[in-house]
Design a protein around this ligand. Structure first.
Ligand SMILES: NC(=O)c1ccc[n+]([C@@H]2O[C@H](COP(=O)([O-])OP(=O)(O)OC[C@H]3O[C@@H](n4cnc5c(N)ncnc54)[C@H](O)[C@@H]3O)[C@@H](O)[C@H]2O)c1
Length: 256
């Protein structure tokens, strides 16, 4: 598999799992467009990765933003060949708080909007851009890697919005992979367990250590480059399609 003449959109590409994947793709010779809402970390990442990357401030839920990112891939590099959808936000809120007040409907919707609708927005526009690519020997024209979560299967108390958004990402993978098969575009999903990223950095070191010890093996948090390795394997292995792969050291989350 030759990465040299390929360009990938990486959403959430300035941080955590997306950031590690963008780095690995560039190391392998690919071009990356970093799509992130955070301008500061995005520009820093572009500087770190050098001439084979471009950052563009993007809200994945916004059609014009994502179209501009795809236009940038065509203008600066040689089109678009793949997507890593790693942008996401955590929502932690109970249905009823300790005073009996209900979950904010706005924050519930926000989780769905960014994690599910944002992922779909990027998929639909990228599919349009990739469908006319020159096919590889295998007939492949593009590959899409989405990011769900172990919470799609074992959501904890307080994760109603997050788990619903991530199980939506899992649920839409098969119908989309079936439909895009006619264009030679694959769709796979990674469902990470607990990873050492800025998203988890909001928790204290003690809590992170204790979470890590709950993982059967290896008893620690996952490392972003372990996610990136799987994303690259999916890109390279043309037979993987419509699959959801848990990357979680066998953890099954408890209710709390
Ligand atoms: N870290 C974990 O343990 C873990 C576990 C399971 C799933 N995930 C999922 O992995 C993905 C990456 O998470 P991470 O841990 O690297 O987090 P992170 O916070 O380090 O990175 C997420 C990135 O997404 C960006 N982002 C947020 N909203 C956006 C929007 N509307 N448009 C564009 N960019 C936006 C953020 O600015 C950030 O740079 C997320 O979808 C997350 O839900 C993470």
């Amino acid at each position: 598999m030759n990465y040299n003449d390929r360009t990938f959109l990486v959403t959430g590409g300035s941080s955590g799992l997306g950031g590690a994947t963008a780095s690995m793709l560039v190391e392998k010779g690919a071009h990356v467009i970093l799509l992130d809402i955070n301008e500061q970390t995005g520009q820093k990442k572009e500087t770190e990765l050098g001439k084979n990357s471009r950052f563009i401030k993007t809200d994945v839920t916004n059609e014009a933003d994502v179209m501009a990112a795809i236009a940038l891939a065509k203008q600066e590099f040689n089109g678009l060949h793949g997507v890593i959808n790693a942008a996401g936000i955590p929502i932690a809120e109970k249905v009823l708080d300790r005073d009996g007040m209900p979950h904010s409907l706005e924050s519930f919707k926000r989780g769905i909007e960014v994690n599910l609708v944002g992922t779909f927005n990027v998929i639909r526009l990228a599919a349009q851009a990739m469908k006319d690519n020159e096919p590889t020997e295998d007939g492949e024209r593009g590959v899409i890697v989405n990011t769900a979560s172990a919470a799609a299967f074992d959501g904890q108390i307080g994760q109603a919005s997050y788990a619903a958004s991530k199980s939506g990402v899992v649920g839409m993978a098969l119908p989309i992979a079936r439909e895009l098969a006619r264009y030679g575009i694959r769709v796979c999903t990674i469902a990470p367990g607990l990873f050492e990223t800025p998203m988890l950095a909001t928790l204290s070191e003690e809590v992170r250590d204790s979470l890590g010890k709950q993982v059967p093996f290896p008893p620690r948090l996952g490392r972003p480059n372990e996610y990136a390795s799987l994303a690259c394997h999916i890109i390279e292995n043309v037979v993987l399609n419509a699959e959801v792969i848990r990357l979680d050291g066998a953890i099954r989350m408890t209710a709390k």
